[in-house]
Design a protein around this ligand. Structure first.
Ligand code: SF4
Length: 286
């Protein structure tokens, strides 16, 4: 039985988490809760494995030390929710009989351009073979759209989840020669639904080559060669152009948006009656 089948069978029965697994999960939660006290420092080195697949302009802006939008006071709590979700997922997987042989393991991927560091989530053994998995807590929207299938994730991967998984897998191969990319275990934070999205191990070479190319480009990135990966978009209202321009989705969520678009204005759509119709405008005429 594969992970998805084991998990489905477990949840469809009368699921119980044995005491030893509850104890193991509580220790894991202690470690995660302790992270609340860490202050993340910007490293002077190369991007980490969880960063390297992001749009290149974001890595470039980070390297240049551009000002970021300040984190809200609740940001660290939001991160804790993600960590808690991971603990719950691990406890459920163990209770469902999935054999986890490594958890939260630090790895180093050696590339021609330098070493990329990171921390993988899970290594699972099925029979004699090993596979590597990431756990992702997702909003309802991301759960339904991004994690709909492997192809959906591949076509909408602003966070670089594919580089992350394939990079970890390649890095782990020194210690576990038969390891393959498994995929993602996604949890809908709102509904509690879980979904297993399998990766395609044949894609590993392409994504690890991409990591190498990104790092080569990163080393050459400086003040003189910054390029945005995205353009702003013309605004339409009832299918008519308004003359205003606004940021697309990726830029609207990017922490560097105000440094990248100096005239940016966060304002309500002047034509809309909805109280929530706010946009990031690069051009706002009326
Ligand atoms: S605001 Fe957009 S173009 Fe600028 S760094 Fe962020 S994602 Fe890239």
């Amino acid at each position: 039985m594969d992970i998805a089948t084991k998990l489905e069978a477990f949840l469809a029965g009368e699921p119980k988490i044995p005491d030893d697994i509850i104890f193991r999960a509580s220790q894991m939660f202690n470690n995660k809760l302790g992270k609340f006290n860490f202050t993340r420092k910007r490293g002077a080195g190369l991007p980490s494995m969880s960063q390297v697949g992001k749009p290149f302009c974001q890595l470039h802006a980070e390297k240049l030390g551009w000002d970021k939008v300040a984190e809200t006071d609740s940001f660290k709590i939001k991160m804790l929710y993600g960590d808690m979700t991971e603990v719950i997922a691990v406890a459920l997987l163990l209770a469902a009989g999935v054999e986890i042989v490594d958890l939260n393991k630090r790895i180093v991927l050696q590339t021609e351009a330098g070493d990329i560091r990171g921390e993988l989530d899970l290594i699972i053994r099925e029979g004699n073979s090993h596979s590597l998995w990431d756990i992702k807590s997702a909003s309802r929207f991301a759960f339904e759209k991004k994690f709909e299938s492997y192809d959906a994730l591949k076509n909408n991967d602003d966070f670089g989840y594919l580089e992350q998984l394939y990079g970890y897998t390649k890095a782990e191969r020194n210690e576990t020669p038969d390891i393959k990319a498994g995929g993602w275990i996604a949890i809908n934070k709102e509904s509690g639904e879980m979904k297993v999205v399998k990766a395609d191990p044949d894609d590993e070479e392409a994504y690890t080559t991409k990591i190498n190319d990104t790092i080569t480009k990163y080393l050459k990135a400086d003040e003189s060669n910054f390029e945005r990966c995205f353009e702003d978009e013309p605004e339409t209202f009832y299918k008519k152009l308004t003359g205003n321009r606004k940021l697309g989705k990726t830029c609207s969520y990017c922490n560097f948006r105000y440094s990248c678009w100096p005239d940016l204005v966060y304002a309500k759509n002047p034509r809309s009656k909805s109280a929530t119709a706010y946009n990031y405008y690069t051009v706002l005429k009326d």
